[in-house]
Every structure is written in structure tokens, then in C-alpha cells.
Design a protein around this ligand. Sequence first.
Ligand code: NDP
Ligand code: AKG
Ligand code: MG
Length: 745
Amino acid sequence: MTTKRPTIIYTLTDEAPLLATCSLLPIIRTFAAPAGIDVTTSDISVAARVLAEFSEFLTDEQKVPDTLAELGRLTQEPDTNIIKLPNISASVSQLMACVKELQSKGYAIPDYPEAPKTDEDKAIKVRYGKCLGSAVNPVLREGNSDRRAPAAVKNYAKKHPHSMGKWSQASRTHVSHMKHGDFYHGEKSMTLDRARKVKMELITKEGEAIVLKPEVALLDGEIIDSMFMSKKALCDFYEEQIEDARQSGVMFSLHVKATMMKVSHPIVFGHCVRIFYKDAFKKHAALFRELGVNVNNGMVNLYDKIANLPRSQREEIIEDLHACHEHRPELAMVDSAKGITNFHSPNDIIVDASMPAMIRSGGKMWGADGRQKDAKAVMPESTFARIYQEMINFCKTNGNFDPKTMGTVPNVGLMAQKAEEYGSHDKTFEIPKAGVANITDLDTGEVLLSQNVEEGDIWRMCQVKDAPIRDWVKLAVTRARNSGMPAVFWLDPYRPHENELIKKVELYLKDHDTTGLDIQHMSQVRAMRYTLERVVRGQDTISVTGNILRDYLTDLFPIMELGTSAKMLSIVPLMAGGGMYETGAGGSAPKHVQQLVEENHLRWDSLGEFLALAVSLEDLGIKEGNAKAKLLAKTLDEATGKLLDNDKSPSRKTGELDNRGSHFYLAMYWAQALAAQDEDAELKAYFTPLAKSLADNEAKILAELSAVQGKPVDIGGYYMADAEKTKTVMRPSTTLNAALAATRG
Ligand SMILES: NC(=O)C1=CN([C@@H]2O[C@H](COP(=O)(O)OP(=O)(O)OC[C@H]3O[C@@H](n4cnc5c(N)ncnc54)[C@H](OP(=O)(O)O)[C@@H]3O)[C@@H](O)[C@H]2O)C=CC1
Ligand SMILES: O=C(O)CCC(=O)C(=O)O
Ligand SMILES: [Mg+2]
């Protein structure tokens, strides 16, 4: 029998979370060691994934294993315990920047072929495609999602409410979505009567059969959907909305999720940009074609492509673009100081984070003049856009939410095994010719679902397997039971897919004892209204949702309740028995890196990591019968509570306590909690000296940590920072480093 040591796998990702890890990981290892727990790492950064993909271009010393594939495999093992930090879901421009940086560091990987001509280049583009967008989370999320604000965090937010912008009834901010011709309106759905293999095929009007996806293996009981977005309806919609914003004098902003919906949303984004600037695009059509301009990747792509043109030609284009603004509405800005608009890159405005930010600030977005103004938030797909309008209506009527009194809305999300739209990118196609798009049984030739499509329409197939649905229903019942909160399934009976889900939910609820539980299902808009009526009365309600709403609601409610989704507990009970603990529900905060590099201050809050680590340790303790791990979890929670009470979270301002300082306090409080307990004498003896040395040296350590702030630092890269340089920057307190080293012996 092998006696594998209990192991926590800590992911190394990108940007602010990776920087924070440099400081936090040595602390975690110091505390885990005496419980016999190994903390190993797994590098799943964009850079590591690119290098793993293009191994044959590298020297033997440069080659790295495919850690993401290995981690994905481990999610199938029952004792796996992963702490997953947010990672970059790269846009094309981010990927190209990453490639450039790696090449400059001597990695002879190929250029990203934006407009491939040869078969070889086409193959390279396909391989780079694997590193684009949300390429990590769907591989690891082999379980459904349980996201909530722990009681200590919620109570802290009630005591120390964050600022909220005022909502006025006169606000003209609103959401605009398509009323016809989008994915919602033409959706068809079915539950499979048996396992089948299907293909996705387009039969053109001329009778040509074009196989878009040769084979998808489907399981018995799986729900599949076929849906398309009409290009014409989308473009007409944009024309109307742009004109409506101009006439009514509100700013125009476009909100998509191009990271997760990496095939469809860049196309949806590109149409909007081309329509907005249509006169300039018409005038320069031939040149833009020749240059390979592709604004599906944002205006940044256009600016890059014209950068090397003769000055006069470049200036003429810029002038023509500017001239378009004269008869267009004002554009919402991502960074008004730098002149970066909402159209710069589809990944700058990511709907799950951008809409809550707008609602939190009273329905305002930034204008080019640096002022906050009302905006038309355009979200073409109507399926989920309506929830935001419902919340806006509520805020206009009732005023802004009050974090001091509002109830909490945890989420149970259907996510496992690439559920629903978020797993559809390999089954999403821009239709090359008008015709009929069929999902056809490969063996019998039976057409299961069929759509009439035109050239340029976006057609996709979504899947959700039966086992994840059963698991999701079970998780919802468990959470309702454990929390005592009502649980609402946000399911729209007018939507064919959700109608299929409702049947399954009703069936699988019967597998559980639901006596005394309040479990209902309602359409999204009603569910939002019902939940908000409770929220303002301080009542809590679990939202049980599909994959997209999981994503949207776990930023939306936390941002209202806690000011950020970084403070969420985000658990993925893996269906094979293991656990993945995501840290927070937000992303990798690129702006924080900029502040670190310019001013050596990292405002990233690792609360999400602290919470995830406690649950990971607790789970490991229970599964391995490791009492020391359980005690580490309990004392870590105490330390986290104390950190909140004593206000030792990072400040946004340079010169004040930052991420590294808050890690010091966590270590000190954790060591003190272990020194104070009497359940385990060994741990008490082990941590008492550390508790003492940290407390004795508090002032000295803080001085060392703050002395470095205020000056620029060099971490030797962005996508692949230099490990030694980063360590020097992120671990500047020799006293703290020595105390940790002395403890580990
Ligand atoms: N689980 C995952 O892997 C996820 C990854 N992403 C990826 O992250 C990147 C950035 O996405 P974006 O939409 O900008 O969202 P982010 O969540 O990264 O950022 C939004 C803002 O939230 C605040 N914030 C988020 N986390 C923290 C934290 N721990 N401490 C302090 N503040 C925090 C920051 O505000 P401020 O700047 O005001 O300090 C930040 O600018 C993208 O590549 C995206 O795809 C996004 C979501 C989840
Ligand atoms: O994987 C991504 O790109 C984003 C994930 C996300 O936003 C979420 O899970 O909340
Ligand atoms: Mg999200």
C-alpha cells in the first residue's frame, strides 16, 4: 500500500494573485508542515500553458510539462485538493504580448498567426486557440459551484459598509438587449433518449453539406440545445441602440463576456465597433482588409495594424474615426485618463464585473471628460441581460442597497463538465453560407435539432449532462438544509433549455428529503425581484442557477453586499470526491500589477485565499482523519476573523498596509491562535516561538514592509516575471523571512 502524504495543490496563475502567492505561499507551507501536509504548486499561467503547447520549439532545459492537463486529470481522483487562484483568460492581444515576452526571453515559439495563409500557420493558430479565453476553469471545474459570503465576512461588511453610489429615480441608465433574432428567441432544446453520436452540419441553400463539427458524443439523459444569433437582427439592433443613445444623450457602453464566450462574443463585439465607426470602415475597407484589421479583438487591433503606415495615411484614418464621433453617442470609458474607450478590447469590459460596478456606483460609468454619467448598457443576448434591468428598476424605485442591512444571496451553480453556454465554444460557428444548420445523429441520420440560418449568423450547440444536474440539485438541497435559507432555482419556463431543466429538477428533488425546506423555481426576472424584495428586508436567499447566472450573480450580489467578490468562499465539490477551492469569485486584477510596478504597493486582498485555504485544510482533515489539519483550519478562521476585526486588510493607497502586510498579520494571528489552543500540544509548542517572534518584531517587520513602498520596482516581466526578482519584491522583510525559516528549521 502506498502511503501518499496528504497534499494541497496550490495553483500558480497570473498578475496580482501570482504576486500575492509569492508572499503567502511560504507562510502556508510553514503552517502546513507540522500537520504532515505537503503544499505543491501547479503553474497554469498563460505563459506556462503556451510553453507546454509548443514544446517542440524549445530546448530540453526550456521544456515544461502540461500542468493544466495533469491537474485536469487529478480532478478525477477522490483525494485531490486544489486551491485555484484566478488566472488570465487571455484576449488575442494579451496572448500576442505573452508570446512576444517569451520570445524576448529566448523561447523560440512561433509568432501568433493572426491571418494564417499556409496550413502550417493555420495549425499553429488552432494550437494557440487552446490558450485563449477561459481555457483553465472549464478544464478544472469537474464539479458544481457553491459560492457564498462566510458569516464573518458578511458581518464585517455590515459593520464597515463600503461606499455605494446614490440611485436617482431620474437616472436614465438602462439595459438594452435584443427583442428578436438572438440566441434566446430561436432556441431549441431536447433531452436525449439514449446515448448518441451527433455531428453539426450546415446544408447550404445550394444543397452543399458542410460538416462544422464531425462528432460530439452525447450521453443518455443529456440536454442539448441549438440556438443562433441572426447577424442582421444584431446589426439592426446596434444601429437602433446607437441612435437611441445619441438622441437621448446617454453614454453608450457594450458589455460582453469575450473570455468565457471566446468564439461568439468577439464576433458580437466586432459588429458593434464596425457599425459605430461605419463611415470610417467603409472609406478604408480595402486598406483594412489588406492590413488584416480585425476589430473583433477591439480597436487596439486597428491601432496596432495602422501603427506602421506613413504618418499622413495614419492621421487620415484617425481623423475619420474621430469624425464618426460627431454623429454618434458618447462612449463609456475604461480609462478616461488614457483615452481608452469601451471598444478598446473586448476583455476590458467583462460583463460579470462591469455591470455590478455600474450598478454599485448609482448607474454611472466614466465619460471621456473624467465625469460619471448615465449610460445605456448594451448586452445583445437577452437571455440573462434582463436581470440587470430588473435590478436597476428596483434601485430606481427603492434607492441604492444598504450594505449595513441587506440580506445575502449565496449561489449554487450548475457548472460541472462544461455545462451550458460556457462549454459551447468548440461547438460555436459563424455561418459561412445561408442554409439549414442541423444536429444530426451520426448513425441513423436522424436530424435532432434544426435551424434556418443566414450567412454571418452565429450558431451554437450547448450541452449539459445528466449527472451534473443531479449533483447540482443535491448541492442545492444540502445548502438549503445547512443554511436554513430558501432556495430559488432561476429557471425560465419560456426558454426551451430551462424547460428541460425544470423537468429534471422536479424529478431529482424527489430523491431528497425536502421536508421543511423552501425550494421554488421562478423565471430569472421574477427570481431577481423576489430575491431583492427579501434582500432589502435583510433576508437571505440562495440563488440556484445555470452556469452563466452563476458567474453573473456571484459578482453582482457580493459587489453590492461586500464591495467586491474577492471576499467570497468559492467551493467546487468535485464530482469524483475531491475538492477544488477557488479563491474569491473575481479575476486577476490587472490594475493591481501596474500599481505594484509603479509604486511597489500591492492592493490585492488575499481574503479569498485565506477562506479557501481554511476549507481546503478542513476538508483534508476530515477525509484523511488528520486532526492537526482540522485544527489548522479552525485557527486559520479565527486568524482571518481577527484580521478583519483589526482592519488589517490591504489598503488601496501606497504607503499604507498592503498585501504583504496583511499576510504578516495573518501569520501572526494564526500562530497566536495555535499557541493559545490546548487541543494539540505539539502544534502549540511548534507555533509558540513563532507567535512570540512575530509579535515582538511587529514594528520592525512593518517598518521593513513599508520602507520599500513608493518607488518603482522591476519584476522582470509580466506574463513570465523573473522568479528571483519577484521574490525580492514580494518578500522584503528579512525579519519575517527569518522567523518563518526558523520555524521550518
Ligand atoms: N476565476 C477566474 O479565473 C477568473 C478570472 N478572470 C480573469 O481576470 C482578468 C481580469 O478580469 P476583470 O473582469 O477585470 O475582473 P477582476 O475581478 O480581476 O477585477 C475587477 C476589480 O475588482 C477588484 N478586485 C478583484 N479581486 C480583488 C482582490 N482580491 N483584492 C482587491 N480587489 C480586487 C479590483 O478593483 P480595484 O481595481 O478597484 O482595486 C479589480 O480591478 C481577466 O483576464 C478575466 O478573464 C475573471 C474572473 C474570474
Ligand atoms: O474563466 C474565466 O474567464 C472567468 C470565470 C469567472 O468569471 C467566474 O467563474 O466567475
Ligand atoms: Mg465571474
